[in-house]
Design a protein around this ligand. Structure first.
Ligand SMILES: Cc1cc2nc3c(=O)[nH]c(=O)nc-3n(C[C@H](O)[C@H](O)[C@H](O)COP(=O)(O)OP(=O)(O)OC[C@H]3O[C@@H](n4cnc5c(N)ncnc54)[C@H](O)[C@@H]3O)c2cc1C
Length: 324
């Protein structure tokens, strides 16, 4: 049984869905990216085949440089053995007609994006055949923990909490460090912008539904209201103007709250006292790449060997708390 209500701030349904294997100013490969990419390809492609729908796209990121230093860093990194399958120097390509790339740009390969909305619809349809999906807000007062889990009229061997940023209000797992990180984004129409790449410069621009592009996003730890803000939308527009040469119109704005973790690793495991309560959370800003691999890992832990990677096991935080 899945209990899920589409509550404001939920993250997956609004995410850009990007898997970018090399990120940040210092161009660092994401944690476990080889294993995660392999798992994503198998997982998402399998569900594309099963559903006969497309939602996982292997397209490159064009990383547009802000100055010659960035260009140099990219070129030197692209010649390192560990990076040569990921980074391709394209700075000699000259000006591109649709973006401002005065300092050149490089290509990040083995990147992809998931159209999360379509994927979630497909997943829901498949799960509906195998499980009961209850559209309700889960209230902790309705939960009764014995040897089994009792919730309203339902009895279950165990319960797994996958609540995104709302875990902060969970009386059993709210002690785990999951600071919220709000992200605002735009959906724009830009008819002259090619749809065969993603573009990264300050913001990331992702080809989305029909004529639209997803543009985002902001990273705000303090302003966590469940709405778009003037500051967020203006900031994104400013960055967009610094990269696009072609005209565009803003069609929609949106936001979500990322469930981030202080050490940037997922939060998976069992409650220290209640052996039938579990948590699967902390996907931060990389849920699309982390979810398939770690869902599989979690299932093996639950059903087979009871072992979790120490980097993701919530035990790493339990030492800091005393439980009654
Ligand atoms: C603007 C933005 C852009 C992003 N871009 C990317 C990206 O490009 N690539 C990437 O990998 N990741 C991206 N992310 C991050 C990604 O969205 C998250 O890592 C991931 O979606 C988290 O998934 P989750 O299932 O833990 O949480 P959620 O997707 O938030 O799901 C939690 C679900 O539980 C429900 N729920 C919670 N409490 C209750 C309750 N009491 N009762 C009933 N239902 C409840 C919520 O309503 C929601 O449906 C982005 C996030 C944002 C906000």
């Amino acid at each position: 049984m899945i209990i899920d209500r589409n509550l404001p701030g939920a993250s997956s349904k609004v995410a850009a869905g990007v898997i970018n294997p090399v990120t940040g100013k210092r161009l660092v490969k994401s944690w476990m990216i080889n294993e995660l990419n392999k798992s994503c390809l198998g997982f998402y492609k399998h569900f594309e085949n099963v559903s006969n729908k497309s939602f996982f796209y292997n397209i490159n990121v064009i990383r547009v440089f802000n100055n010659y230093q960035e260009q140099n860093d990219f070129i030197s990194k692209s010649s390192e053995t560990a990076y040569k399958n990921y980074l391709v120097d394209s700075s000699n390509q000259g000006a591109l007609q649709f973006i401002k790339n005065d300092f050149g740009s490089g290509i990040i390969q083995q990147s992809a994006f998931l159209d999360t909305k379509t994927f979630l619809d497909v997943a829901k349809n498949i799960l509906q055949e195998k499980a009961t999906i209850v559209d309700a807000e889960f209230k902790f007062n309705d939960l009764n923990i014995k040897d089994t889990i009792e919730w309203n009229e339902v009895s279950s061997k165990r319960i797994i909490f996958c609540e995104g940023y709302r875990m902060k209000d969970n009386p059993f797992f709210g002690y785990l460090p999951l600071p919220s990180l709000k992200g605002e984004f735009l959906l724009i129409e830009a008819k002259e912008l090619p749809r065969n790449n993603m573009i990264k410069k300050g913001v990331i621009i992702v080809p989305y539904d029909s004529d639209l592009f997803w543009v985002g996003s902001t990273y705000d730890r303090d302003e966590l209201s469940l709405q778009n803000t003037e500051k967020g939308v203006e900031g994104l527009t400013e960055k967009l103007n610094q990269v696009l040469k072609v005209p565009y119109t803003i069609k929609e704005t949106g936001f979500g709250i990322r469930p981030t973790v202080v050490d940037r690793r997922p939060l998976i495991g069992c409650h220290p006292h209640h052996k039938n309560l579990f948590v699967f959370n902390g996907l931060g800003s990389k849920g699309v790449s982390l979810a398939p691999y770690f869902a599989q890992h979690f299932i093996e832990y639950l059903e087979q060997d009871g072992k979790l990677m120490k980097e993701v096991d919530i035990v790493r935080y339990q030492k800091k708390f005393t439980f009654q």
